[in-house]
Design a protein around this ligand. Sequence first.
Ligand SMILES: Cc1ncc(COP(=O)(O)O)c(C=O)c1O
Length: 343
Amino acid sequence: MPGNARATAGIPFGNGHRPLNMRDDRTESIEGHAAIVTRDAGNKLWGMTAPEPNLVLVDVLSGPAPRAAGTAEPFLYPDDLGAVRGDGVFETLLVRDGHLCNTRRHEDRFLSSARMLQLPAPDLEVWREAARIALDEWAGREGSSGDASMRWVYSRGRESTGLPTGYIMVSPAAGIGDVRERGVRVMLAERGFTLDHGNRAPWALIGAKTLSYAANMAALRYAKENDFDDVIFVSAEGNLLEGPTSTLVLVRGRELVTPNPGEGVLAGTTQAALFDIAAQRGWTCTTAQLTPQELYDADAVWLVSSVRIAVRVRSVDGTELSAPGADAEREFRDLCEEALGAE
Ligand SMILES: Cc1ncc(COP(=O)(O)O)c(C=O)c1O
């Protein structure tokens, strides 16, 4: 029976009372993935385990040394505080041609996020070893050319044991090329806090890259439902902040400007590397409080981040922004590419 057709036709997965005596587990192909599915006697799909996605996984912390783990078996315990409370930190790094990009800045932010959450300080030697294993596994699977995404995930771990959980995943940077080329139509969205919120409420963990991204993802879904591609958050005072997964950079003549990193935004590793290289090439690089009007006045507006790298903002709330000329666009993209090579 065509598993694909039934799965995509909105048949319920898993939740609900499963009639155990009618189980029939077998492997099917669901949306291109091999999956062990459970159907009842009426061929209704009740559960799906063990899809084999195209990713590699390295268990960093549960044994004496990091080791590759299978991705077809369950990995997290149900009481992992990363899963049930978003209580943990992560980093997403670009893998390019078999190498990690901008590693030192990611490591620094990983340490500082862990410090802000009062997690035990991660041992970077262990995480580097895990990353090497993950890169090898990925190269064995996909070859070592092109781009991929590597995530370091470090949570407070099981509620029952108090031992932290750590793993590294590599997955394809799917669909990224398109958005890099095409750019995005952005809507401005209220963030709901003032610029000094991080200082006044350290428990809000502004500036830590925590696993609690549900609100950011909700903002992106809201944007997509309303025919936008992305979001720029705005503070309660009306100042520009960041995208849900990116840092805002404005180009004004030979100046690059980004919102103040201490004020309601995550300090971006891509923006930092870009500003370093640009300053060496004679650009003026500044941080400032910015207003929405400055988006319309800029020569170009970009959202930068580790895997998408640089995506141009084509319009804001339906108003087209000025497009840089081909040379100016190339120059900016070249600076970003050069920044990727940063240690
Ligand atoms: C909220 C937020 N701001 C900025 C960024 C950009 O950071 P980076 O350049 O280090 O990828 C990200 C990355 O995911 C992010 O989630």
